[in-house]
Every structure is written in C-alpha cells, then in structure tokens.
Design a protein around this ligand. Sequence first.
Ligand SMILES: C[S@@+](CC[C@H](N)C(=O)[O-])C[C@H]1O[C@@H](n2cnc3c(N)ncnc32)[C@H](O)[C@@H]1O
Length: 324
Amino acid sequence: MRYLMEVYTDERAQQQRLEEDVRQGLTARQKSLPPKYFYDRAGSILFERITELPEYYPTRTESTLLGEIVPGLFRDFFPDEIVEIGSGSSEKTRRILDAVSAGGRTVRYVPLDVDRQTIESSAARLIRDYPALSVHAVVGDFERDLPHVRPPSGRRLALFLGSTIGNLDEPARRRLLAGVRGLLPDHRDRLLLGVDLVKDVKILEAAYDDSAGVTRDFNRNILHVINRGVDGNFHPEAFRHRAFYNAAAARIEMHLVADSAQHVKLGRLGLTIRFRPGEGIWTESSYKFTRESVESMLATAGLTLSEWHVDPSNYFALVLAAPA
Ligand SMILES: C[S@@+](CC[C@H](N)C(=O)[O-])C[C@H]1O[C@@H](n2cnc3c(N)ncnc32)[C@H](O)[C@@H]1O
C-alpha cells in the first residue's frame, strides 16, 4: 500500500484540550496561547506565505543548506525510512527525497503534523511525484503522539526542520527530544535537526515583523481559531502584532497587544476575559541557538552531535545527531 494515514486527533479530546488550554492561558496573569493553535488551514497557508517573504531568511537558508549537504549526508548513511516531525508542506523535504529515492529505491516517508488538511494535500503531491515512495502519514501532536509512530523498517532518519524546536521552552524541548530519541532504536539511526542561530537583533526582529504584514495576519489568525473553537468574540484587528528579541532568554517573542480596553466573551467557557489597554497575549516563542546550546540540549536526550552545518552568514544550522 503506497498511502496510509493514521489520525490521533480525536475531535472530542482535541476540543477538550483546546478549551483547557484557552481557559488556562487566558486566565493567567501573563495571558498566553499555545502556538500549535496557529495552524488551522488558514494559518498553514499564511505560514507558507511567511516562508517566501524577503525578511524571513530561515526557510530559504535551510533549504539551500539542505541542498548542499544532502549528497555528503547519504554517502555513508542511507535511510530506509524518513520520519518528519511537524512536516507541514514537506516542500524542503523534497531535497532529501530526491536523493534517497533516486534510481527507484523504495523508501517509506512518515510525516507527522497536527494539521490534517496540510498533511493530506502534501502526501498526495508526494505520492504523485515520487513513484518509489510510500507515505504513512500520522496526524497528531508531536508533544503527545510520537509513541504512536510504528517501529522502523530498516534504518531511520528523523527530521525536525524549520527550527520548530525553537517554539518549545526548555522542559518541552527536553521531553520532545527524548521522544525523538525513542524513535531511533538503532545506533545507526540519525536525526537531522534545523535550528535558527543567535544573530543580529535587527535581522531577527525583521523576520518576525515583515513589512507586508503577513506575520501580523498569521499571529492574529490564532484569535480566529479561538473564536471558532470556544465561541469567542475576539476582534483580531483590535490586537496589535508585536515581535521582539529577548536577548537574555535568546528568543523572539510574539504577542498580540490590545490597543484599547477589551472585554472578550468566550461562550463555550462561560468566561469574559478583560484586557487593559496595552495588555498582551503571548502567542509564540522562537528560541535561537548556538552550537554549545544545541550540544547540551541533545545530550539531555541521549543524543550526540555528529555533524554541524551552517550557511556562510551563520544564520541557520543543520545538525546531524546520533544516539549517544
Ligand atoms: C514552523 S512550521 C515548519 C513546517 C516545516 N517543517 C518547515 O520546516 O517549513 C511548524 C509545523 O509544525 C506543525 N506543528 C506545530 N505544533 C505541532 C504539534 N504540537 N504537533 C504536531 N505538529 C505541530 C505545524 O502544523 C507546522 O506544519
């Protein structure tokens, strides 16, 4: 069978979790929402537009770097299976699939993402374009559902690209990497991790606050998701997009800031949330890394850095890691 999909996002459980996350996040002193709620269909499309913006260097830098390292990567190591965590459109993955499926070699690709529609449409395109590929898609939450990924058939390469790992805070990163380590049972298995690096603040801040306002729309989209999910009456345009680099914590923070006092009703939760003028909702962190911070993060999960590849500007790194 060339295409199989497993879905672990039971709708009722997902609704319950959304309600708990919103209640907890919006009643805390520092209001916040988990960034996974950015990614409904509209959010995924906006994210794809972000990746094409001139200010947004990570995707094109990572993609070029991937193209450069792929031939060397598969000189000594050839995977039978590729598991991709937070796969999204799988566009960059093509650089890898081109190499591993060359000559009609059969490879299994296991994309895992929360957004079912995105995974379905990208899987359909991959099946069409790679005749030797079988796709076993998993719709689920990478913070919970990694144990559902079936044991590998042969050598496995896990991919976690786009510096999505930077959206998790330290304890969550550690848990996630421990889960990824569990996906690599053989000492010859590998993880390829994309990480955005600490750099000039101006470059970092522009990447999260583009002149065309696409990141603003992406940020506000989370309020549309919440309105739909808990019968809310947020006016997303009444919230200003704010993105800044917090150097002490080595992270970009994205917030949505109420320009004026707001009372927002969340019908399904029986709650009214009040905002003072200038009060914000923290919607995303994007941590930035150095080689040292990556090495120590990997070590906590029983992984060791085996290759470190950076672009000439030192903006982005692709890290090949092995079970320690
Ligand atoms: C920053 S995008 C990166 C997409 C792609 N890997 C790339 O590099 O362009 C993050 C991706 O992870 C997915 N995602 C975010 N949180 C997730 C979660 N908790 N579980 C599974 N997927 C998640 C999103 O749907 C989105 O496709």
